[in-house]
Write a protein that binds this ligand. Structure first.
Ligand SMILES: O=C(O)CCC(=O)C(=O)O
Ligand SMILES: [Fe+2]
Length: 341
């Protein structure tokens, strides 16, 4: 396995202010208030107390990020040593977890290798935006997987936040779902599909992922603000039907100015996955009753992101990281020896 890295921008960029539903960059106090003071004021951040709360929220998030790798590694160890899974067989991917239509789609992608001929095996939500939907898992798998998540949630073991924005859900690497579940899922099943549907985004060359579940419930997180993912291609699978509301909405790519953007809503289907580009802006409407759990896989292609970090839009400045980091690798430079004296 190659060694993976993070981009240095993780410590300064895309900090989510939940109160104002705003992503900000923070290098120092002076820069921050100069860049965001006016907009925050127009959103009601007026008093000294409001401003102090914003600064605190940023400091807390930066603190969380600065020890994230070490903390995550510790949690993973503790879970490995002490957690008793409810369904140990789930941790090793098996073909009978999949919906038959999914297996058919994967087969078609491998054998025909033409976009036209696989289109009948998936639902194209938007051709223009490249958003697709198809069944992924069986109902039985999703039910057991959800019970496993609940079993873990109810344990007293340490838990991390799934990402910068979601507060509820499970980090699947910490629970032990990477090696024998998410890796083979990406390599043998998802990559044949993404290779055809997302060639420009590195869909044929996805070499790592961040996988987690998200949970929404009245009284906890109910919705998710508009954002793009730290991913080249994302698969988002709806794990159950026990909720109302919670539709996803998709806008344009993040390079399109907001005033030109049109958004469309997608109603989720239980056990189905929505596949989209990571940089396609999207969010989730409030859940109005019940609990919504989704499995989200941010798939990464180092060959794409090594050239441009999708979070800061610059050539990434690599810093060492645990496990898959944020999916960057250090490519060996080829030196033209004849030209070197
Ligand atoms: O709430 C959802 O299902 C969307 C989650 C999402 O977009 C993300 O975690 O990146
Ligand atoms: Fe997302």
């Amino acid at each position: 396995m190659s060694t993976f890295f993070q981009c240095q921008c993780f410590m300064t960029n895309n900090i989510y202010l939940q109160t104002y539903n705003l992503h900000v960059d923070y290098r120092n106090s002076e820069q921050f208030w100069k860049d965001y003071g006016q907009s925050l004021k127009s959103m009601g951040c007026c008093s000294e107390t409001d401003r102090r709360k914003v600064t605190e929220e940023i400091q807390n998030e930066l603190q969380r990020r600065s020890t994230l790798d070490v903390d995550s590694h510790k949690r993973k160890q503790i879970i490995k040593e002490t957690y008793r899974p409810l369904y140990p067989h789930l941790y090793k991917l098996k073909e009978d977890f999949f919906h038959p239509e999914f297996l058919h789609l994967v087969d078609q992608c491998i054998t025909s290798q033409s976009l036209m001929s696989v289109q009948q095996y998936l639902h194209t939500i938007s051709e223009e935006k490249s958003i697709f939907m198809f069944p992924v898992f069986t109902e039985e798998f999703c039910t057991q997987f959800l019970e496993e998540l609940v079993n873990f949630e109810q344990s007293l073991l340490p838990k991390g936040k799934p990402n910068t924005m979601n507060n509820y859900g499970v980090l699947l690497n910490e629970l032990g779902f990477y090696e024998d579940f998410l890796n083979p899922l990406r390599i043998h099943y998802l990559q044949p599909i993404t290779k055809l549907l997302f060639p420009k985004e590195g869909g044929g060359n996805l070499d790592s992922q961040k996988g987690f579940t998200v949970k929404y419930k009245v009284g906890e997180d109910v919705d998710l603000g508009y954002h793009y993912d730290n991913a080249e291609v994302t698969l988002n699978v709806c794990l159950g039907s026990n909720f109302t509301g919670g539709e996803l909405y998709f806008g344009d790519m993040k390079t399109v100015p907001l005033w030109k953007t049109t958004c469309s809503t997608v109603e989720q289907q239980p056990y189905c996955g929505i596949l989209h580009r990571g940089q396609q802006l999207h969010g989730a409407l409030p859940v109005t009753s019940g609990e919504r759990h989704n499995l989200v896989i941010w798939m990464r292609s180092s060959s794409i992101r090594n050239r441009l970090c999708p979070m800061c839009d610059r050539i990434p400045i690599l810093v060492p990281a645990e496990a898959y980091g944020d999916g960057f690798t250090q490519e060996r430079q080829t030196v033209d020896v004849c030209g070197v004296f």
